[in-house]
Design a protein around this ligand. Structure first.
Ligand SMILES: NC(=O)c1ccc[n+]([C@@H]2O[C@H](COP(=O)([O-])OP(=O)(O)OC[C@H]3O[C@@H](n4cnc5c(N)ncnc54)[C@H](OP(=O)(O)O)[C@@H]3O)[C@@H](O)[C@H]2O)c1
Length: 217
């Protein structure tokens, strides 16, 4: 069984990824207590014990929605650390084993707000566009080691958090803007990731897969 390191596996899309993969892979999904992505020290400590990872899925992420004048220094630091710096640090940690095996798959979860944007998304889009940049650069650098690096961009996804935070009117408004007239199920995002990390994908790398029911089309 190939070994997958999955961040953000406790809830939402990450949890759906865990459920989708658990029968065919050895999935390691550390809790925040085991691996706190806000802390570089925690990342260092986590990798002190030997971890041979074949597949890395960077799913954990946060969103801070604020107009430019309300953004605090701490917001800038926090969202960039969790959404952009931590995934990069994890990639650095898993690469040596992947290179040694001449095999690796890396998935970075971006967002539709990583390919287009809207008001008050300066922080979030900054990180989600950024991780696509990292994905593309790494695919060039790591291709010769058969390490495939892709970004997945979910659209509006019906996680518990999304459903709790939207009013009925807001939900209807969003659904009306989506050609498929509904939100994505977390499982629909997980299934695409399952394909990208599978042996069936041996040639897709450096790509940005948008799964949004046609919203950005
Ligand atoms: N839901 C959507 O509609 C949507 C759309 C586009 C893109 N996305 C992206 O998809 C990914 C998953 O989103 P989601 O909505 O499913 O997330 P979610 O339900 O809000 O869960 C976030 C996950 O990230 C983990 N996390 C947050 N901060 C962390 C930290 N400092 N250290 C370790 N883990 C941390 C959480 O762990 P805890 O349980 O410990 O808090 C949780 O497992 C994110 O990158 C998000 O930006 C989501």
């Amino acid at each position: 069984m190939k070994r997958v390191l999955l961040t953000g596996g406790s809830r939402g899309i990450g949890k759906a990824i865990f459920e989708e993969l658990k029968n065919n892979y050895e999935v390691i999904a550390p809790t925040r207590e085991q691996l706190n992505l806000s802390s570089l020290k925690s990342i260092e400590t986590y990798f002190e014990s030997d971890k041979k990872i074949d597949i890395l899925i960077n799913s954990a992420g946060i969103n801070i929605i604020k107009d430019i004048e309300s953004i605090l220094d701490n917001d800038i630091e926090k969202i960039n650390q969790i959404n952009l710096i931590a995934p990069l640090k994890l990639i650095q940690k898993v690469i040596p084993n992947m290179k040694k095996n001449n095999f690796g798959k890396i998935i970075n979860i971006s967002s539709i707000w990583g390919v287009k944007s809207k008001e008050k998304r300066t922080l979030y889009s900054g990180t989600k566009f950024g991780i696509i940049g990292q994905t593309k650069a790494l695919s060039k650098e790591l291709g010769e080691y058969n390490i495939l690096v892709n970004a997945v961009c979910p659209g509006f996804t019906a996680t518990d958090l999304t459903m709790q935070s939207l009013s009925e009117t807001e939900l209807l408004d969003i659904q009306n803007q989506i050609p498929l007239k509904r939100l994505a199920k977390p499982r629909e995002i997980a299934k695409a990731i399952k394909f990208l990390i599978s042996d069936d994908n041996s040639y897709i790398t450096g790509q940005t897969l948008i799964i949004d029911g046609g919203f950005t089309s």
